[in-house]
Write a protein that binds this ligand. Structure first.
Ligand code: NAD
Length: 360
């Protein structure tokens, strides 16, 4: 198979973890006789430095040309105080929007070898296996009007949270389809006791549920969900929510998995005629400027994102399973990066990448 992939290394630890993810992809290609055609593009702070904007037009064009996009992370401290539209993170919103990826899947599972890396008690996390589905293309991050206006005590900042029925339906269907192929339980998260967008969300979720009689649907308020994810993570199978709730709650997955560096993500849009999803794959973590350039970054979230790419964009299930198994083998070997608190000296980013390749 020809795998035409755009790589956007981005900022901070992004280039370090994507280098290892690409290495794993090339190992898979060698073993199963696929051809990887890589293109590299600019996104984020590095794009602002070289091209003056967080998402240059050529990056957008490449993303549409390729079958799938692998992203590292964006964000640099030097841009912390500039206006949102000139920040590296705007590139992230731009690439998600241009690809039309509206469902962000964040699988969270506890690995035996990492039970002690979680601050939660072992019996709470042992066996946890859930997918958080975050709506990615709408809600308050994109809604207008938005801005800061006026002056003095009346100066005000405002954003708009807005969802259409169609936007809610398509992400709910994605979540129901995932649940149908897993343990058949879907939790829909909202704030319907306060927000009109959530009232519509809950109503539409109930309607879509009629198409999936084999899947159990439950509704949970977002504040309660924040607590339940920590108290009893094993009760969840697939959990779906709007954009900002998902952004916030999915970081709790790091507490369950043991480190944010472990978490992969897949952002999916509609299916192509081939049946494969349009996909953008990236680790959940940010650019981690505090450890950038030191070989300390855990590449397993980025490598897991490659596994998700093989599964969703290329339908290569055997290859994807081999990557997941290799990740588990490396965790069991104990040669892991410092964030996973190994018993011995921590492995470097590149050593972990090499170990995953060897296990494949
Ligand atoms: P972060 O995820 O970059 O880092 C949070 C903490 O986790 C840090 O202590 C970091 O060292 C650690 N960490 C993160 N990834 C790790 C890995 N792979 N291995 C080991 N440790 C890891 O979040 P932050 O510090 O809030 O944000 C830093 C920058 O990243 C900001 O500019 C932010 O806007 C940006 N950001 C980007 C994305 C993205 O590109 N998708 C996501 C979140 C934050």
């Amino acid at each position: 198979m020809q795998l035409n992939i755009l790589v956007l290394p981005g900022d901070g630890i992004g280039p370090e973890v994507t280098a290892q993810a690409v290495r794993v992809l090339e190992q898979v290609a060698r073993k199963w006789n696929h051809t990887v055609n890589l293109k590299e593009g600019l996104l984020g702070g590095v794009a602002i430095h070289r091209r003056g904007v967080p998402m240059p037009p050529e990056t957008e064009a490449l993303a549409h040309e390729c079958d799938a996009t692998l992203l590292g992370a964006v964000g640099l401290p030097e841009f912390d105080h500039v206006a949102p539209q000139r920040r590296p993170e705007r590139g992230l919103l731009g690439i998600r929007k241009t690809l039309g990826v509206y469902a962000n899947l964040r699988p969270v599972r506890s690995y035996q070898a990492l039970l002690d890396s979680s601050p939660l008690k072992n019996h709470l996390v042992d066996g946890a296996d859930l997918i958080i589905v975050r709506e990615l293309n709408g809600g308050i991050y994109y809604g207008t009007p938005r801005g800061i206006e006026g002056a003095g005590p009346a100066e005000r900042g405002f954003n708009t949270m807005v969802y259409t029925r169609a936007e809610i339906q398509r992400v709910l269907r994605m979540a129901f389809n995932l649940a149908r192929n897993r343990r058949k339980k879907l939790t829909s998260v909202d704030k319907s006791n306060v927000l009109e967008t959530s009232q519509l969300w809950r109503k539409v979720a109930g309607e879509v549920a009629a198409e999936y009689p084999d899947v159990e649907l439950e509704h949970l308020l977002v504040d309660n969900c924040a607590m339940q994810l920590i108290l009893r993570p094993k009760q969840f199978d697939v959990v779906v929510m709007e954009n900002m709730f998902g952004d916030i709650l999915s970081d709790e997955g790091a507490v369950i998995a043991g480190s944010i560096g472990m978490l992969p993500s897949a952002s999916l849009g509609d299916r192509k005629p081939s049946g494969a999803y349009v996909g953008l794959y990236e680790p959940v973590h940010g650019s981690a400027p505090d450890i950038a350039g030191q070989g300390k970054a855990n590449p397993l979230g980025a490598i897991g994102s490659v596994a998700a790419m093989l599964e969703y964009s290329f339908g290569l299930l055997e290859e994807a399973r081999a990557v997941y198994a290799a990740i588990e083998a490396v965790l069991n070997s104990g040669r892991v990066t410092a964030d996973l608190k190994p018993a011995g000296p921590p492995a470097t980013t590149a050593e972990v990448g090499a170990a995953v390749c060897a296990a494949i």
